[in-house]
Ligand binder design. Sequence first.
Ligand code: COA
Length: 357
Amino acid sequence: MYITRHQPPASPRGPDFDALVAEAGLWRGVATDMFGDDDVEAGAKALWAKSMRSEYRLTERFVARDGSGSPLGVGSLSTPRRENLHLAEMGIVVDPRFRRRGIGSALYDEMTAAARAHGRRTFQSFTWEPLEPAGERSLKGVQGDGALDPDGPSARFLLGRGFRLIQIETMSGLDVPSSEELDAAASAARAATPADYEVLTWRGATPDELLSDMALLHVAMSSDVPMGDADVEPAQVDPKRVLDGDNAFLAAGLDLLFAAVRHVPSGRLVAFTRLIREPDRAVAGQWETLVLRDHRGHGLGMLAKTHNHAVLPAVWPQVRRLITGNASENEHMLAINRRLGYRPIAASGWFELRTDA
Ligand SMILES: CC(C)(COP(=O)(O)OP(=O)(O)OC[C@H]1O[C@@H](n2cnc3c(N)ncnc32)[C@H](O)[C@@H]1OP(=O)(O)O)[C@@H](O)C(=O)NCCC(=O)NCCS
């Protein structure tokens, strides 16, 4: 066994992109084995989009290979470049046929050495988990609800390396209702919202005149949502970074649908949500619903979500299911999702290891 190291691919061809295809395939296998389908997992194009802008975040991949070069396992090491310069996010996945042979450990050792060489001292990692812990014991995050089985392979792997569980995220799925139902939900949300808020929707890149407001919303998204006691600082987002982020998804072939809420008296955007879809998939992600603190309690999260959903049948008629994730302690957002018809389908553990190095 040997390990190759790959920089973010410049195009969807070549060994660097193959590493990402192998990674996406292995993670989709993990999801299918656990949840019966791979709706919660990203495909290679989405991974490519996320690793396209190395000036904000460098994502390298490490591939463990057998003697003939075939992948046995893949690790991704992601190091933020604008903020969180102490942090490295890592994900390791090993082909189930080759587990318990030290491949995950070998990838981990090489990746932590690379992370330290980048000057990183806090490591974070995510796992997929069943909604209810399978074993007899259960482990809770530092804050919030939800529990996972500390004796499952992924938790054992991370806990054995000194990681602790920060938070459990609940993933929920919505079978897309009829357009009549979606329109009715949007109208009801509109009727329940004060008149000095208006909804804007757009597809693709954020229009220039909204970039500054969207930058502020992204900063709030990185600091004003439940995060346990994770060793994370707010993102530094300017208008160019918002546009670069949108354009990376579009360049990789993904599509974006946004809904934002404007506070008419001030003219500022105060809430947003987005839907993201990989090409040819019948499932789309509902990401990042955020309402600025001063404007909470007026039904704006519901307003943004219902209006984005209502656009779906016309622009993405093939999409049959939406997937979203929330911190298990984010009761308010979970309640909104339940009212919209989302049902919990999976959980995800967020682990962290702080080192002195
Ligand atoms: C977690 C994972 C990467 C481990 O890969 P691996 O190649 O099997 O790991 P290793 O053989 O190096 O095992 C290292 C240690 O992890 C623990 N471990 C791994 N699998 C385990 C299992 N099924 N049961 C109990 N402990 C396990 C053990 O302590 C093991 O050491 P040991 O074999 O000496 O007892 C693999 O199970 C996997 O791909 N899981 C799905 C993806 C995932 O959730 N990754 C975790 C986020 S990084």
